[in-house]
Design a protein. Structure first.
Length: 212
């Protein structure tokens, strides 16, 4: 085998950079960095932020009183073959938007919407394409175990009871919010989603897609 003729996999980093004044959900704790100079040179930094800053997973205990925390999430569900679907023209993600897609056998689904263009500019908008309850039930019927979206919430911006979160988390689906899919085309990829192993209701994650 001529190894020089093998096409190397392309890696897409779909993680938002965490920085001060980045787009956040209203009333989330701001991102704060502190840098301390060390004797003899160098520095030591500390930071504080919401567990739901930037690209992050939601743990079941985010909405369910007896749910697992982020340190208990299944790595098997967060790593493996995944499908990216481009719904950039959809104003909302409802059953009709999903029913025409080839999703049979898909376990990990990433939905690209018009919001990726905002994330690429480090901006945000309350007018993003959120999931409806009928779309969520369709996702559950398909047996999807991992769902990612390029918005900071799978629910509508003005939702008070977060029905989509609750349906997904009750069914054991891992939710990944805030991915940047602006440079990613629709198709199948290898997904690696590695959230911080912290015992809380969410965790920032480093997430990549690799061509297959």
């Amino acid at each position: 085998m001529d190894v020089n003729r093998i096409n190397p996999a392309r890696i897409y980093d779909i993680t938002q950079t965490i920085f001060t004044k980045m787009p956040l959900w209203p009333n989330d704790a701001p991102v704060v960095f502190q840098r301390q100079a060390l004797d003899g040179g160098g520095s030591l930094s500390s930071f504080s932020l919401s567990a739901h800053s930037g690209t992050h997973v939601d743990a079941p205990c985010h909405m369910l009183s007896k749910g697992a925390d982020a340190s208990q999430l299944s790595l098997e569900k967060m790593c493996g073959i995944a499908k990216v679907c481009d719904l950039s023209d959809a104003e909302i993600i409802d059953f009709n938007a999903l029913s025409g897609l080839a999703l049979t056998g898909v376990k990990r689904l990433l939905i690209k919407t018009s919001n990726s263009a905002f994330l690429a500019k480090h901006d945000s908008t309350p007018h993003y394409a959120y999931l409806t309850e009928d779309a969520t039930r369709f996702i559950l019927k398909l047996g999807i175990e991992f769902l990612a979206i390029d918005c900071l919430s799978v629910d509508a911006f003005d939702s008070c009871d977060y029905p989509v979160h609750r349906l997904l988390l009750e069914a054991g689906v891992i939710i990944l919010e805030g991915v940047d899919l602006s440079d990613v085309s629709a198709g199948d990829y290898e997904l690696l989603c590695l959230p911080l192993k912290i015992a809380t209701d969410g965790a920032p994650a480093r997430v990549i897609l690799r061509t297959i």
